[in-house]
Design a protein around this ligand. Structure first.
Ligand code: DGP
Length: 114
């Protein structure tokens, strides 16, 4: 989608430190990491947020979760623990309206979040 930052990273028009890609999702390092491991997993297809998910997206989002699990293992945080966050809408401070899973790990994470 035009003017979407993460579509730009997916297409290669905007640089991104991509650590994983397959036919339906990709993952790249967050530009402003909040933990030693902070990856963003996104579908290649533009979906604005959880609030805009449709039935046809279920497989892709389920796959994104599996990819997050695999990346957590590859980045050494499976045993220590990790968090998957999907901010949605203004109250959750979603700043990029292309659905993304934050994968955070490598330190003890506070709960509840701010
Ligand atoms: P959220 O607030 O949940 O919408 O998270 C958006 C995240 O995207 C935030 O943690 C910072 C990250 N981000 C913003 N711009 C860029 C960028 O140009 N490149 C990368 N890699 N990450 C970005």
């Amino acid at each position: 989608m035009a003017d979407c930052l993460f579509c730009g990273i997916a297409s290669g028009e905007i640089p991104g430190d991509i650590v994983y890609r397959d036919e339906s999702v990709l993952a790249f390092r967050d530009i402003d990491p909040k933990a030693p491991v902070h990856l963003l997993i996104i579908p290649g297809k533009h979906i604005a947020g959880v609030d805009k998910l449709e039935a046809e997206d279920e497989e892709t989002i389920g796959h994104a979760m599996s990819v997050a699990r695999r990346l957590a293992a590859e980045h050494g945080v499976s045993e220590s623990g990790f968090r998957i966050v999907v901010n949605t809408g203004p109250d959750a401070a979603q700043s990029v309206r292309h659905i993304h899973l934050h994968l955070l790990g490598g330190r003890a994470l506070d709960w509840p979040p701010g």
